[in-house]
Every structure is written in structure tokens, then in C-alpha cells.
Design a protein around this ligand. Structure first.
Ligand SMILES: Cc1cc2nc3c(=O)[nH]c(=O)nc-3n(C[C@H](O)[C@H](O)[C@H](O)COP(=O)(O)OP(=O)(O)OC[C@H]3O[C@@H](n4cnc5c(N)ncnc54)[C@H](O)[C@@H]3O)c2cc1C
Length: 342
């Protein structure tokens, strides 16, 4: 091994870990990527089921960004199918209306009812709290529009799905002679001494044995079913406004490149819950209005970390969309290369 070729461990084969691994391998380092799951791609993992339909195991992943650098980087590893996501909300009377609420939707339900129909029940289900208790930045996330635009992501310049799926895209990122991937392998602290540097996407509170207390997350139970009907929903995703615990259903075949079964269709319905009620599956960091969770994260962030850099959603305790995860991983690895101790 040359002086400049170091042993790097990447914990987590999700997008964040895959991007860091690739950047490090291209710099000449020898990289091992481990994941405790039996697949790569983290929460963006998708697969084709026995009906020939592509399903995203951890809920619908729509790629949308205005970050050209991220698009250029990922485009080395995938072709794209253009796709602009549209969502309908199902009202109590059976009508479907456009979501996020636009001019047409607010006129149909009455502007004064928008908060109670769309936001209040969603907040209770998604975050397990009342609308008023929510961090204002989350409240601002789904704006009410004063036009007839029907797009779920109206402002992003690039909206597409990887042609052969997210799993294949991540496999392509990891396909490098200096990257070795080991699945179904959980991180162990002894690995720090066996490597020159560790990039770690595991939950930061777990790494430090919860010494400052646990960082809470919301999770989702996914209920997937296949029915002998060619098509069920008016759009790929339909959100619910009722008070049942379910937030939305996605019909996979309505996304481009997700199969064309003429007789069957597969649907996934989401039921949000606390992560403790879902095998500690951590999906969304909880932003409490008092900011206590962030303050707790800062205490973990300030801990001495030796040869470990935390990356990704759970390492940074931040809700990162895929383009943000890629952008953050690129900054961390490129920044690291500048100040590298090697
Ligand atoms: C329900 C849901 C829907 C989403 N929808 C979208 C969307 O529409 N558009 C979008 O842009 N983004 C979406 N995202 C976000 C997207 O999933 C992430 O941005 C992306 O997956 C990058 O995540 P990551 O690599 O940082 O973490 P992850 O994907 O969580 O990967 C981290 C990996 O680390 C592994 N790991 C953890 N602990 C250990 C350990 N101790 N040892 C070994 N391995 C470990 C995990 O198994 C996991 O595979 C969604 C996320 C969720 C949860």
C-alpha cells in the first residue's frame, strides 16, 4: 500500500455512504463499506416484485433538485426518466383534489377550511402532535399556492427517476476496484482501530451509547398489497384527509419505469408511528418547537470523535432529501480531502 493509500471504513451503504466511498476510492484509498441491512441503497432501496412491479421498500422516493452539481455527479451512474410528481388528496365526500393546496383546491374546499382538512389531521398522524406544537419550519414546508400549478415540487429544475432504479444507481456508484461492500455487517467500535478513517452514517446517539439521551425519530409502517386490478388511483400518490392513522397510498406502476402489469397493481399505504413502535427504524428526525432535540444533537456533535466523521441523515440528525444527502456527502468528502490528516 502506498503512503497515500489509506484504509477507509464507510458505515452505511445508503446514498451518503456510497457517495463518500466513491470519492475516497477515486482519491486512491482502499474503501470498505458495511451495512447492517442485507441490501445497499439505504432507505432509497427499491426492487422488482413477483408481478414485475418496482416497489420502493421504504416509501416513495422522488428525486427533485435544482442542484446541477448533484445531477452531474449522479448522472455518471444512472440514466434518468423525466417525472414530475403529482399528488391528489382524497376528501371525505370521495372527491380528489390537488395537493399541495393550490387555487383550485382552496376554492373547492373553502380557504377557511384548508388548515383543518389538510394540515391538522396530517400533522397529528405524521408527527403525533398538534399543528400548534410543530416547529414552524415544518409548517412552512407545504405552502398554499395561489395558482393552478399541480406539481408537487413546483420549483425544482430537475425532476426524474433513475432509469434502472435507485438500488442499481447505488450499486453503480459502489462499483469500483478499490471499494469492497459487506452486507449484513453491523458496526463495531473495534473497527475504528482497524481503519485509518471512518465515515459513519449510523445514528450518532447510538454510537455514543445514548450518553446525552436518545434522539427521537418518527417512523413509518409500510402496508404493501397487490390486487387483481390494472389501476386504482388517479395519481401515483393519494393522500388521506381522514382521521385514520394512514397518511397516503402510492400505486407503484403509475411511476415511469415501475412496471406495466395489465392485470395486477401493487400499492403501499403508509402509517406513521414512533420509531420505538417500528423496530427502531429511524426515518424523520423530530423537530420539536422548543429545539431540545437539536440541542441534544449538538452535545453529541461536540463529543471528541477521534478518526470518525459522521455523515448522512442519522449521523447528522437532519432530514436530508436525496439531493441534499449527495450534496452533503460530496462536501464532507471533498472538504476532508483538503484537510486530510494523511
Ligand atoms: C419514508 C421516506 C421517504 C423519503 N422520500 C424521499 C423523496 O421522495 N425524495 C428524496 O429526495 N428523499 C426522500 N427520502 C430521504 C432519502 O431516503 C435519504 O435522503 C437517502 O436515503 C440518503 O440517506 P442516507 O444515506 O443519509 O441514510 P440511509 O438511507 O438511512 O442509509 C444509512 C444506512 O446506514 C446503515 N446503518 C445504520 N446503522 C448501522 C450500523 N450500526 N452498522 C451498519 N450499518 C448501519 C443503515 O442500515 C442504512 O442502510 C425519504 C426518506 C424516507 C425515510
Amino acid at each position: 500500500m502506498s503512503m497515500s493509500c489509506k484504509k477507509i471504513l464507510v458505515v452505511g451503504a445508503g446514498l451518503s455512504g456510497a457517495v463518500v466511498a466513491r470519492e475516497m476510492a477515486e482519491k486512491g484509498h482502499q474503501v470498505t463499506v458495511i451495512d447492517k441491512r442485507n441490501h445497499v441503497a439505504g432507505n432509497a432501496y427499491d426492487f422488482v416484485n413477483e408481478y414485475g412491479i418496482r416497489v420502493h421498500q421504504y416509501g416513495p422516493h422522488l428525486f427533485h433538485t435544482s442542484n446541477d452539481k448533484v445531477v452531474a455527479w449522479l448522472s455518471r451512474f444512472t440514466e434518468w426518466l423525466p417525472y414530475q410528481h403529482k399528488v391528489k388528496a382524497l376528501l371525505a365526500d370521495g372527491r380528489h383534489v390537488t395537493l399541495p393546496v393550490n387555487k383550485e383546491t382552496s376554492e373547492l374546499v373553502g380557504k377557511e377550511n384548508v388548515l383543518d382538512i389538510f394540515f391538522r389531521p396530517y400533522t397529528q398522524k405524521m408527527w403525533g402532535v398538534e399543528l400548534e406544537d410543530l416547529d414552524p419550519t415544518i409548517r412552512q414546508r407545504v405552502p398554499i399556492r395561489d395558482d393552478l400549478n399541480e406539481l408537487y415540487f413546483p420549483n425544482d429544475t430537475f425532476q426524474a427517476l433513475p432509469k434502472a432504479g435507485y438500488t442499481q444507481m447505488v450499486k453503480n456508484i459502489l462499483d469500483h476496484e478499490r471499494i469492497q461492500v459487506q452486507l449484513s455487517v453491523a458496526y463495531d467500535k473495534r473497527m475504528n482501530t482497524e481503519h485509518d478513517w471512518v465515515f459513519n452514517a449510523m445514528p450518532i446517539d447510538e454510537y455514543f451509547d445514548f450518553k446525552h439521551g436518545p434522539l427521537p425519530y418518527r417512523s413509518i409502517k409500510f402496508h404493501t398489497t397487490t390486487v387483481p386490478i390494472p389501476k386504482v388511483l388517479p395519481t401515483a400518490t393519494v393522500n388521506f384527509t381522514h382521521s385514520e392513522p394512514f397518511t397516503r397510498t402510492t400505486e407503484w406502476q403509475l411511476l415511469p419505469g415501475h412496471g406495466k402489469n395489465p392485470a395486477y397493481t401493487t400499492l403501499t399505504t403508509e402509517e406513521p408511528c414512533d420509531y420505538k413502535d417500528n423496530h427502531m427504524e429511524r426515518y424523520y428526525p423530530v423537530k420539536d418547537s422548543g429545539g431540545e432535540n437539536l440541542a441534544r444533537y449538538r452535545r453529541y456533535e461536540a463529543e471528541p470523535k477521534g478518526n470518525v466523521t459522521f455523515i448522512g441523515r442519522c449521523g447528522l440528525y437532519a432530514y436530508l432529501d436525496m439531493h441534499q444527502a449527495v450534496s452533503s456527502a460530496l462536501s464532507i468528502s471533498q472538504g476532508f480531502q483538503k484537510v486530510s490528516p494523511f
